[in-house]
Design a protein around this ligand. Structure first.
Ligand code: XMP
Length: 517
């Protein structure tokens, strides 16, 4: 792999993704990794990420110098560039001047594989305080900017390169090209990591792990579990059975998409547990958000376990065993961040709608090395329905946490309709790509006066909560076009009985969360 050394902030994940976009497999490692550990993993190249620190600060993250002496090609970016300069005998100046945002760099040489074939002046994205003021011995200065005489350097003989700007950021005009030049030309790494190769590789691993045992997988209707199941099915066919719990809190058409479209496109054997009554009974009279979440989580596990038990008994009757459970764990959930303290970058959200860790099965996690967009690409490659592969995030507790107040059958029906209208209109307006997700929330305990036809109405408001986000940890409310909002509002108030008002949530996260409960 290409190892991306994480010096903190959000840069390492972005770099890792861009490397993969160049069809080269990459992994993120903490900056505390030693040269021996790097050597053991035999990387084809190392990229040092940017980070928020200054090399002059006490306790700023360091790098084992031996990493630069392994003979492995290295690219240092921003902070990584400065660390490299400092370690190899160059000079880093604490100028006190910050350069932030778009700036122009001028290439100072034509040679070298890193910047080959690029225009002499180009817009790049910078964010730094310190600057490299003198390149280490053996290095050629490749570019400069108004405030940085040494904006990039390289040593072709040792295949060591660095740049002050962020090639992984889209605002750097030729950023992806720089990364590709480094990977393919300087480091000589072929562009052979593709959806096809990932699938082939995972299929082989799954076969090896699972052998002849049977396997089960819980489907949620979302992209991760669907793609995980599809790959496992590709590997072991009918040794896999999927379990889908209909808890009555799904959106319109979701059950059909799983039972018909997903099954038709994969041939997966599916068991649906119709638990609608069980969930609604358990939720009767409950309006506290945390209590709702607990009940939904508990009932989900009960349903899943009893369905799994039935399959275990069925297997036993056939003289077989179920040893494995498929999980759609993704790379961002497992990657360790090196950010200063070296703390794990694990999403702290309690994942209601997930399974406990102490199930009696070994895990099969075919997506553990992948980012979400890669999972979608693989899902498409496997021919899964677009409605599932392209689905935006939807919480495990479903519509149950989008009804503020008690969850009832009637309220669910109403919310389902409003949600379907909002989703259809957003899709029709071509806005799916810029919206992270758009919770549609029913304020069941609030009523307001309205007028419709000749009569007074006393109905419930629906809240639209469209947000843009990179990772759901922070979010901003989406500035949707007014005409789209108007269409959604008109349709919901006209078509959904009991709703006489549509309001827009204009709160960022923080302080608001994305969901209302
Ligand atoms: P909040 O509301 O905390 O949501 O800003 C962040 C993201 O997590 C999703 N979410 C959940 N996903 N089980 C899940 O699988 C849950 O219990 C859950 N609660 C919130 C939410 O939709 C958003 O994408």
């Amino acid at each position: 792999p290409v190892l991306v050394v994480d010096f903190g902030a959000q840069y390492a994940q972005l770099i890792a993704r861009r490397v993969r976009e160049a069809n080269v497999y990459s992994e993120i490692v903490p900056h505390t990794i030693t040269a021996a550990e790097v050597a053991e993993r035999a990387p084809s190249a190392v990229i040092l990420s940017g980070g928020p620190s200054s090399v002059y600060e006490a306790g700023s993250p360091e790098l084992d110098r031996g990493i630069l002496e392994l003979g492995v090609p290295v690219l240092g970016i921003c902070y990584g560039f400065q660390v490299m300069a400092a370690q190899l005998g160059g000079e880093v100046a604490h100028t006190g001047r910050r350069e932030y945002g778009a700036t122009t760099v001028t290439l100072t040489t034509e040679g070298g594989p890193l910047l080959a074939g690029q225009p002499a002046g180009q817009t790049v994205w910078m964010s730094h305080g310190d600057s490299v003021s003198a390149a280490p011995a053996g290095f050629t200065v490749l570019a400069s900017s108004p405030s940085t005489p040494v904006a990039a350097f390289g040593d072709d003989a040792r295949r060591l390169y660095g740049m002050q700007w962020h090639p992984e950021v889209k605002h750097s005009e030729f950023g992806q090209r720089v990364l590709e030049n480094f990977l393919h030309d300087a480091a000589g790494i072929p562009a052979d990591w593709t959806s096809d190769s990932v699938i082939a590789d995972q299929v082989a691993r799954i076969r090896e792990q699972v052998g002849t045992s049977r396997v089960i997988c819980g489907l949620s209707g979302g992209v991760d579990s669907a793609v995980a199941a599809a790959i496992v099915h590709e590997a072991v066919a009918d040794q896999l059975t999927c379990i889908f719990v209909d808890h009555g809190l799904l959106r319109q058409d979701e059950r059909r998409q799983v039972e018909e479209d997903f099954v038709a496109s994969t041939g997966v054997r599916l068991v649906t547990v119709d638990a609608v009554d069980q969930f609604l009974d358990a939720l009767t009279g409950v309006s506290d958000p945390e209590t709702k979440r607990k009940i939904i989580g508990r009932e989900f596990i009960r349903c899943f376990e009893s369905a799994a038990d039935a399959l275990v008994r069925e297997a036993q009757a056939d003289g077989e065993a179920i040893r494995f459970l498929v999980q759609g764990t993704l790379y961002p959930d497992v990657v360790e961040s090196g950010g200063g303290s070296g703390t794990a970058n694990i999403k702290s959200h309690h994942n209601v709608g997930g399974l406990p860790e102490d199930l009696q099965f070994e895990l099969v996690e075919p997506l553990r090395a992948l980012f979400k967009d890669e999972v979608r690409a693989i899902g498409r490659e496997l021919g899964l329905p677009e409605a599932i592969v392209g689905r935006q995030p939807f919480p495990g507790p479903g519509l149950g946490i989008r009804i503020v107040g008690e969850v009832t059958r009637e309220r669910l029906a109403l919310l389902r309709e409003a949600d379907a209208i909002a989703r259809a209109e957003l899709t029709a307006a071509g806005l799916d790509a810029e919206i992270w997700q758009c919770p549609v929330v029913l304020l069941a305990d609030v009523r307001s006066v309205g007028v419709q036809g000749d009569g007074r109405t006393y109905g419930h408001p629906i809240v639209l909560r469209p947000v843009s986000s990179e990772d759901a940890m922070t979010a901003d409310w989406s500035r949707l076009p007014y005409d789209v909002l108007a269409r959604i509002s008109n349709r919901i108030t006209n078509e959904v009985p009991g709703v006489n008002r549509v309001v827009l949530d204009v709160t960022s996260k923080p302080p608001g969360t994305i969901e209302w409960e």
